[in-house]
Ligand binder design. Structure first.
Ligand SMILES: NC(=O)c1ccc[n+]([C@@H]2O[C@H](COP(=O)([O-])OP(=O)(O)OC[C@H]3O[C@@H](n4cnc5c(N)ncnc54)[C@H](OP(=O)(O)O)[C@@H]3O)[C@@H](O)[C@H]2O)c1
Length: 230
């Protein structure tokens, strides 16, 4: 059965991805900032022995190194970079809050990059060999017709760029590196008006992951499998 390593697993899309993967019999390495407070995630542990939960603030290099040594050489079929911040204080023109920008860069861009570098050998050792970076259509410059959301859009666009480079650099190891858009989802970030429930979004994301092949590497895929322009 496949294995998943995921960031930001305590709520929203990350939590639901853990739930559905465990339901399908996967082994799940779930990370979140405060496992002791992640009640919904920990409750999945009662039903599944294949779930391990680790503390990881994705900005914390020591925790990342610790995670790397705990996971050791175990294969990871899917590395799913999910954690992100919207950075409200860095979203409007005329309100350039430097700390909010720094947090967005650290969480949305540097962390997925470091996760890829830390766990690439584990992914290479697996059957599926997939790295999925959860981006957003808001990172598409071609699709930007409403402006705003400066730090969120910019960091997701940069995440898209590093994903394309990694797809090229890891091709010789047969690793598929993709950027996925989950749709507009009813979570804390997406808000209550979102078009999809977490259940709907995650089941479609999992379909995309299951059917991913080499031709998908370096692509920016919408939830229905169509390509999103950069
Ligand atoms: N919802 C949508 O409509 C939508 C649309 C497009 C893309 N996305 C993308 O989908 C992904 C998940 O979004 P969501 O809607 O599920 O958002 P969410 O409900 O706001 O969850 C965000 C997750 O990121 C975690 N996180 C934030 N900063 C972190 C840090 N420093 N270290 C570790 N974890 C951190 C949060 O943990 P804490 O609980 O500790 O804060 C939480 O688990 C994100 O990449 C987002 O950009 C969502």
């Amino acid at each position: 059965m496949p294995s998943l390593l995921i960031t930001g697993a305590n709520r929203g899309i990350g939590l639901e991805l853990c739930r559905q993967c465990l339901e399908q019999g996967w082994t799940v390495f779930a990370t979140c900032r405060q496992p002791e407070k992640a009640k919904a995630l920990l409750s999945l542990q009662d039903k599944a022995t294949e779930l391990s939960v680790y503390a990881l603030d994705v900005r914390n290099s020591e925790q990342l190194e610790g995670l790397q040594s705990v996971i050791g050489s175990q294969p990871i079929d899917v590395l799913f970079n999910n954690a992100a911040v919207y950075a409200e204080e860095a979203s409007q023109f005329g309100h350039c809050d430097e700390d909010a920008w720094k947090e967005a860069v650290a969480v949305n861009l540097l962390a997925p990059m470091k996760m890829m570098e830390c766990f690439v050998d584990n992914v290479a050792r697996s059957e599926m060999k997939v790295i999925a970076n959860l981006s957003s259509k808001m990172g598409s410059m071609a699709d930007n017709r409403s402006g705003g959301s400066y730090a969120y859009r910019a960091t997701k666009a940069a995440l898209n760029a590093v994903t394309v480079s990694a797809a090229q650099d890891l091709k010789h190891r047969d690793i598929i590196v993709m950027v996925l858009h989950p749709g507009w989802v009813r979570t804390d970030m997406g808000g209550p008006q979102g078009e999809l429930s977490v259940e709907q979004s995650v089941s479609r994301l999992l379909e995309l992951i299951h059917r991913a092949d080499k031709s998908d590497s370096g692509k920016f895929l919408d939830i229905d499998g169509t390509e999103i322009p950069w």
